[in-house]
Design a protein around this ligand. Structure first.
Ligand SMILES: Nc1ncnc2c1ncn2[C@@H]1O[C@H](COP(=O)(O)OP(=O)(O)OP(=O)(O)O)[C@@H](O)[C@H]1O
Ligand SMILES: [Mg+2]
Ligand SMILES: [Zn+2]
Length: 461
């Protein structure tokens, strides 16, 4: 980095309304205000951090005082524009309400607004973090907002709408700024990656945008770190390493190990391996919970939603692979593993070794739980068995003259009999025949004794 290095979020702070991304409500309303020459005297910008509040406030201040505006945009070349960009203008005062929150500060400001603008036409006051003002300071501000001098424009900015008194809100035009969606951030940083001549791929940019959590500033700050970490190669593989994410294939494998009892031993091998590698096991578990929840969203066709933590390209892959996975089982797994993560956080274990041991115990429980059939799985199994038993009984009836017959003609068996079926039909043949309904009930009870199934459910089969 050379001396003139400027961090990305400063270097790319938009200087024109047209360069601001995603805040169309504020941009269009302010553009219309210029077109119709109806400039308000008090605005309040409400929204999360790093989404363009200060940026738009400065562009507005510039446009108000610009000597050669171009339509709704400032020229960014005249003395006034240049001074505002550099932060040297006497007509644009940025006040951090967090550190000037007292009533005296606002009184001083009220004295100050009486003066006419020096260079330009307007004096613009940008009050950042305005929710930090004290009650008395808000009251003092209210008086100024009630009768603002013609040459004054107030722009209040806040991340905490609910802390602003209603009296203040009712005197301002309010604009809500929104968190920027991952896909929009991803496109935006692609334009920056091109300008900066960086090497990148879609997945790499996805993880950077994801990390920004809707804030353009945070996204650009993270991109800056990523450029250093990856030496300018913003690829999925490098970014995954940087954020400690294992990648979708790891989680697909891990889930398959849980689902397939012949592979359960691999779970413990993997936990051991990650422990030896120094992987943050608590984060791994959380990422796995998110993965399971994403599977449920994908099954419900809700994969397009913003918070999903899977690059779009991988969604299709998962869709095909887990299409038939039992939903009930998936919910049970998600919940159990979510609770394991919650417990891990509460327990504040002393070492990663303790975390590993705890996980080994818990995953044994998960596997045991998984092996219990789900109610829906159980019901279809019972239905299958009932049909087989029924056809067996019918066969017996065909061969035994003495049984009073209640049932219709026997259903042909198309599949070879299972072990269960064989042993029970032999058992029945050697005993004195009993009434079919009783017989079936007895068999089912015998087979499923000890399982938590409501016997009433059998009636509907
Ligand atoms: N909508 C946007 N379009 C393009 N860049 C943006 C946008 N919002 C923020 N940025 C980038 O993030 C940086 C910080 O933005 P800004 O200071 O406007 O955020 P803010 O909303 O005022 O946040 P805070 O609440 O933390 O003060 C800008 O310099 C710019 O690089
Ligand atoms: Mg700001
Ligand atoms: Zn200008």
């Amino acid at each position: 980095m050379n001396e003139s290095h400027q961090v990305l979020f400063r270097k790319y702070r938009p200087q024109f309304f047209k360069d601001v991304i995603y805040q169309d409500l504020a941009v269009n309303s302010l553009s219309n205000a210029f077109k119709t020459k109806k400039i308000g005297h008090a605005y309040i910008f409400i929204g999360p951090r790093g989404v363009g509040k200060t940026t738009i406030a400065r562009i507005l201040a510039k446009r108000l005082n610009c000597e050669r505006p171009d339509g709704v945009e400032p020229c960014n070349q005249c003395t006034s524009c240049i001074e505002i960009t550099k932060g040297n203008s006497n007509d644009v005062l940025e006040i951090d309400a967090a550190s000037n929150s007292g009533v005296d500060n606002v009184r001083e400001l009220r004295e100050n607004v009486k003066f006419n603008a020096m260079g330009g036409k307007y004096r613009v006051y940008i009050l950042d973090e305005v929710h930090m003002l004290s009650g008395a300071a808000f009251n003092a501000l209210l008086k100024t907002l009630e009768e603002p001098p013609q040459h004054v424009v107030f722009i209040l900015a806040t991340t905490e709408y609910h802390k602003i008194p209603e009296t203040i809100l009712s005197r301002c035009q309010d604009f809500t700024f929104r968190k920027v969606p991952v896909s929009v951030l991803q496109q935006y940083i692609e334009t920056i990656a091109k300008k900066e001549n960086l090497n990148y791929d879609t997945e790499g940019l996805f993880w950077i945008a994801k990390k920004g959590d809707g804030s353009v500033r945070d996204t650009l700050s993270f991109m800056e770190q990523a450029v250093v970490f990856t030496d300018g190669n913003l690829t999925g593989a490098k970014l995954r390493k940087m954020i400690g994410y294992h990648g979708i294939d790891t989680f697909i494998d891990f889930l398959n190990d849980i689902l397939d009892s012949t592979k359960s031993a691999q779970i413990f091998e993997k936990l051991e391996h990650y422990f030896q590698e120094g992987v943050d096991l608590i984060k791994f578990i959380w990422d796995f919970v998110e993965f399971l929840n994403s599977l449920l969203l994908i099954q419900d066709n809700l994969a397009e939603r913003e918070s999903i933590n899977i690059p779009q390209d991988d969604i299709q892959k998962i869709k095909t692979q887990f299409r038939t996975l039992d939903k009930e089982l998936l919910i049970m797994l998600s919940e159990n593993i979510f609770l394991i993560h919650e417990k891990l956080n509460q327990m504040k274990l002393r070492s990663s070794y303790e975390v590993k041991v705890y996980l080994e115990i818990q995953f044994r429980k998960v596997i045991l739980e998984r092996e219990k059939p789900s109610v829906s799985g159980l019901l279809s199994k019972i239905s299958e068995l009932t049909k087989l038993i029924q056809s067996d009984i019918n066969n017996i009836q065909d061969n035994t003259v003495s049984i009073p017959t209640k049932t219709a003609a026997p259903t042909p068996i198309s599949t070879p009999p299972s072990t269960f079926e064989k042993s029970n039909s032999q058992a029945m043949k050697s005993n004195t025949p009993i009434a079919p309904a009783q017989d079936m009930e007895m068999l089912i009870k015998e087979k499923f004794s000890g399982m938590e199934v409501d016997p009433n459910q059998f009636k509907n089969i």
